[in-house]
Design a protein around this ligand. Structure first.
Ligand code: SF4
Length: 463
């Protein structure tokens, strides 16, 4: 769960990168970084924290160029220390190369050990560094690819690197005079192309183009590698694989509702999830109440399908800054209540259907139910607009370990009792699949337990 951004051929690329990555802040809050090139050399700044708070005017002064990449991180592989913040930068035989990566590699350990045996040094503990190290490990051009003369030096090394790794990646390499972007053959993570005047942009979600006044051009295709330099844009379909595995959880929770990704609008899919949930449900109530923010769009769909009015019975405080890891349960409860406040005006004496996007550990839902009861709700029916999460993700989303996932341990009735709701219902897996176009092209492993790519070692997910 990270956000990546890249821009080629614009004056003050660093400023565009700053605003572009800010638009992707929801994809990672742990660290932010920007790297720029002025065609001579690469410069990078990385800081822990949120974009607006972490990067100072002085940091930005250090960055000047017309090519830039940026990253917001929520660690999934490697520890979460500053050393793993991206962009990563490495001196290679091709010169300085910087990298931003969203995803998770499933053969990280084997690849890293075999490169170490060959004398390669690693300076970070995240899987992303492999993409840089592998540039000096070999060359490969598949038979179906004809490399453009402009790319003769670089692309065989890039193709070799991408042929070695397995798993999920949407990435951008920055060389001093070009960007190279790639998406894994399954297309796990999104990556889109935008354009504005003479500039080409890349981003995890289309909202990064909106904020910069650029237009959405198209998605990078699964298995596609694109080079952008002063001569133009060249594209290679490196992998020609039938099977796709785009992450359905991006629609359930991660992406912002207004964005386009995986060939669809997140808002349309999320609203359809609420409608499908309503069709599967037979409970009657006075009001539908979303858990803000991610429950809002499915709640609109549910409310419209059922004809039960939508009310904002839970209000979110948008001014939560950093909070501490609290030592006691009582203090942890305060933390949830800081974020969400009950709206007694609509809750008192009402039978309430509460809609949330997903239920992972169950601890937040338990606090919400108890909060709504104290605020006077007569009945509380919790509805989840996705199926039970029964397995962890090995492809770049920071879901908890299997033991921490409540649905991997307890039956739905036991979960209901733990949470304290009057009833609990999830959207079925079939219902979820019915909301996306081409459901066979999606990964739903954390709901179904069917993993599209074998993972090497469970310890890979260090968090
Ligand atoms: S396992 Fe779940 S979160 Fe991970 S890629 Fe698949 S659908 Fe997405």
């Amino acid at each position: 769960m990270c956000g990546i951004f890249g821009i080629f051929n614009v004056e003050h690329a660093e400023k565009y990168a700053f605003y572009g990555i800010y638009a992707l802040q929801h994809r990672g809050q742990e660290s932010v970084g920007i790297a720029v090139s002025d065609y001579e050399r690469l410069r990078v700044v990385k800081k822990p924290g949120l974009v607006l708070e972490a990067l100072t005017a002085k940091d930005m002064e250090h960055l000047k160029g017309s090519i830039a990449i940026a990253h917001v991180r929520y660690s999934t592989s490697g520890d979460s220390t500053e050393i793993n913040a991206q962009p990563l930068i490495r001196e290679t035989s091709l010169g300085q190369v910087a990298l931003v990566h969203n995803g998770n590699l499933v053969n990280y350990k084997t690849l890293r050990s075999s490169l170490q045996e060959k004398g390669f040094n690693f300076y970070h503990t995240s899987d992303s560094e492999l993409f840089l190290a592998l540039l000096d490990a070999g060359e490969y051009v598949p038979e179906h690819i004809k490399v453009h003369p402009e790319d003769a030096k670089i692309m065989p090394k890039v193709f070799y690197a991408l042929h070695q790794v397995k798993g999920a990646y949407s990435l951008i390499y920055m060389f001093k005079d070009r960007l190279i972007v790639a998406r894994d053959p399954y297309g796990f993570r999104p990556l889109l192309i935008g354009r504005s005047k003479n500039a080409i942009l890349f981003a995890s979600e289309s909202c990064a183009f909106d904020i910069l006044g650029a237009e959405l051009w198209r998605e990078v295709k699964p298995g596609e590698v694109i080079v952008v330099d002063k001569k133009g844009m060249r594209t290679y379909q490196l992998f020609r694989q039938e099977k796709k595995a785009m992450c359905i959880f991006e629609f359930v929770y991660f992406s912002k509702p207004e964005v386009f990704l995986f060939g669809d609008w997140a808002y349309r899919v999320r609203k359809a999830m609420g409608m499908a949930l309503a069709k599967e449900d037979d409970v009657d109530a006075d009001i539908v109440v979303p858990v803000p923010d991610s429950g809002v769009v499915p709640a609109i769909g549910y409310s419209q399908e059922k004809g039960i009015p939508l009310e904002f019975g839970i209000i979110r405080n948008h001014y939560i800054g950093r909070s501490f890891i609290e030592p006691t349960q009582e203090l942890r409860n305060i933390k949830v209540l800081m974020k969400l406040n009950p709206n007694r005006a609509v809750l008192e004496g009402k039978r309430v259907i509460v809609i949330d996007d997903s239920l992972v550990r169950g601890t937040t839902s338990k606090k919400i139910v108890s909060m709504l009861r104290k605020a006077g709700a007569k009945e509380i029916h919790l509805r989840i607009a996705s199926p039970p999460v029964i397995g962890p993700c090995y492809y770049g989303i920071d879901t908890p370990t299997k033991e921490e996932l409540i649905a991997s341990r307890l039956s739905i009735e036991d979960i209901r009792q733990f949470i304290g709701a009057d009833s609990l219902r999830y959207l079925s897996l079939e219902g979820l699949k019915s909301c996306v176009k081409n459901p066979q092209d999606f990964c739903d492993a954390c709901f179904s337990g069917v993993y599209p790519v074998e993972y090497e070692d469970k310890a890979l997910r260090m968090r």
